[in-house]
Design a protein around this ligand. Structure first.
Ligand code: SAM
Length: 326
């Protein structure tokens, strides 16, 4: 079993399989995109599978495939199929939903049950303004298909002053009728510009207060180990709502996440700037044992929280979430 130096069990990998995306969300990257990596600077599918297999030996129980937009990299479904053969490993996917609908039957057949869908607005025009693409209808339709097909659906919405704060209540209202989780996330400085949001107007407390002001008393739900969202059940609703203090970083104490970026950098915290170039290491021809030992060493030197990790960075935060994986 892989533990960090603070006694946290490292059982969950977030694996970014590409840095490319088919949306241009303004809080994530500039309008003309980021400087995408050439294909050979990305981990290959074989390299990624090997890394997952070694972490599986070390007790990995869950892998979430992210990006960029994972569904735009060719070979993704074959890769998911290989991952789904690792018995006892929960394979999950995070997507913006644009290309999702046609893959739903195959995802279902592979036993992939948990899908995170990023959706910041239920208004077509605001969706367009935020993502700089006119794809609301296809994303909404994919969400409905996932619900009909009984997937465990989590909607993730980043809350931004004057951009989609009017969407908080309508998004939360989805949980009245549907057994899904709608989670509101604090905006983080990972927007590819080197400049964070001027002031975080919507922190997790303000978001929760806003929900309570509208829906009244909302009992807090029990949290599973490693849970980042503070979840509430609105009485009588089928689903639940959550707030994620991604910038305030209140949940680091139970963080069980290992992160691997599309270019093969290991991150022991979302806020570090990459602690090890695993791709270069693997390409030297190292053994499986050496890969496992590397993870043991890296997580034996993990900062205690996201503030310490940020302090240890060599430079300011100027990367985009699309290359980190979120
Ligand atoms: N393309 C996939 C998707 O849309 O879910 C996976 C990658 S995307 C980078 C992962 C998540 O990061 C999305 O929910 C997105 O909204 C979130 N994200 C991107 N930039 C962010 C920022 N600056 N602050 C907070 N969340 C951000």
């Amino acid at each position: 079993m892989l533990y960090d130096n603070h006694g946290r069990e490292m059982t969950y990998l977030r694996l970014a399989v590409t840095d490319r995306c088919n949306l241009r969300c303004f809080y994530c990257m500039p309008e003309d995109g980021i400087h995408y990596l050439p294909e050979k600077q990305l981990l290959t599918w074989e390299e990624m599978l090997r890394i997952v297999q070694q972490l599986y030996v070390l007790g990995l129980r869950k892998v979430r495939i992210t990006g960029g937009e994972p569904l735009i990299r060719q070979g993704i479904m074959e890769f998911l199929e290989k991952l789904s053969r690792l018995e006892g490993l929960e394979v999950c996917l995070t997507s913006n939903g644009v290309l999702l609908e046609k893959h739903i039957p195959q995802l279902q057949a592979l036993g992939i049950r948990s899908i995170n869908l990023s959706l910041d607005s239920l208004d077509r025009q605001r969706f367009h303004q935020i993502t700089r693409r006119d794809d609301f209808d296809v994303v909404y339709s994919a969400m409905m298909r996932l619900i009909e097909a009984d997937f465990k659906v989590k909607i993730n919405a980043v809350v931004m002053e004057g951009k989609n704060d009017q969407d908080i209540i309508p998004l939360a209202q989805l949980t009245e009728k549907y057994p899904i989780s709608v989670r509101f996330i604090e905006e983080m400085p990972f927007n590819g510009s080197g400049k964070g949001p001027a002031v975080l107007k919507w922190d997790f407390i303000k978001i929760a207060d806003h929900l309570k002001a509208h829906f009244g008393n909302m009992p807090v739900m029990d949290a599973a180990y490693g849970e980042t969202a503070l979840r509430y059940q609105i009485p009588g609703f089928k689903g639940d709502v959550g707030v994620i203090a991604a910038f305030s970083r209140t949940f680091c104490g139970t963080c069980n996440r290992i992160r691997l970026t599309a270019m093969g950098e290991v991150k022991t915290c979302l806020y570090d700037d990459g602690v090890f170039d695993l791709k270069a290491f693997i390409r030297q021809g190292v053994s499986d044992e050496e890969i496992r030992q590397t993870f043991i060493t890296l997580f034996g030197n993990r900062p205690k929280d996201g503030f310490e990790a940020e302090k240890n960075r060599k430079g300011i935060i100027n990367e985009s979430m699309t290359s980190i994986g979120g």
